[in-house]
Design a protein around this ligand. Sequence first.
Ligand code: PGA
Length: 249
Amino acid sequence: MSNTRTWLVANWKMHGLASEAADYAFRVNQALGQAPSNIAMVFCPPSILIPAAVHALPGNARLGIGAQNCHAAEKGAFTGEISAPMLADAKVGYVILGHSERRALCHETCAQVRAKADAALAAGLTPILCVGETRDEREAGKTQTVLEKQMQAFAGLDAGAILIAYEPVWAIGSGHTPTTKEIAAAHSTIKSALGSDGVVLYGGSVKSTNLREILDTPGVSGALIGAASLDAGGMETMLSIAAEKGNER
Ligand code: PGA
């Protein structure tokens, strides 16, 4: 992935209905059309809303569509699961994998996240791979070790074909964010594992009031946004902040 671009990824988690996803995709894509070409945006609604979002977009849309998970197998007896080829068939270009909510609630391991990343890449999707430490791990001074261990699972992947999202677990949905110095240090650890060409986004309580300073932090190529991404108006504001940055380049 190009790290001369600024990325905004909207993670709707389990929110929204089809009509809302369609309106949002249409509106945000229009706003993205006004932004410099080095701004990239991906909308990740719940899987069942993906067709509505895709159908709302014009043929020349710049907005990418992402899923929030996939299975590692191409097909099989896995009730309730969705495979990477199915996502690609639905015109999905990206998939968030290893989000801490799934690592915690669904007990996803690093090895399982890697297997899903391999499946996504094989299907032509760009995985957005999430890593990050818990509050306890940070307070015990283990942030770097945890990030290195999580990044080991992605060893050998083509850094140009993936996006990494640094999401401290304690910052997600909490209203708390690390200092920009802490974000820069974490991104530097991740980049050492990934290679300097890698793209690393920051996620965890990003909103329009802190986006600018986060995007200005060394090593940060964009943001993965949860709660604050739900509202199209808020997303338009964040796109205009990213666009200012894009214009400076
Ligand atoms: P948040 O979520 O922006 O609501 O903290 C981010 C995420 O979980 O990806």
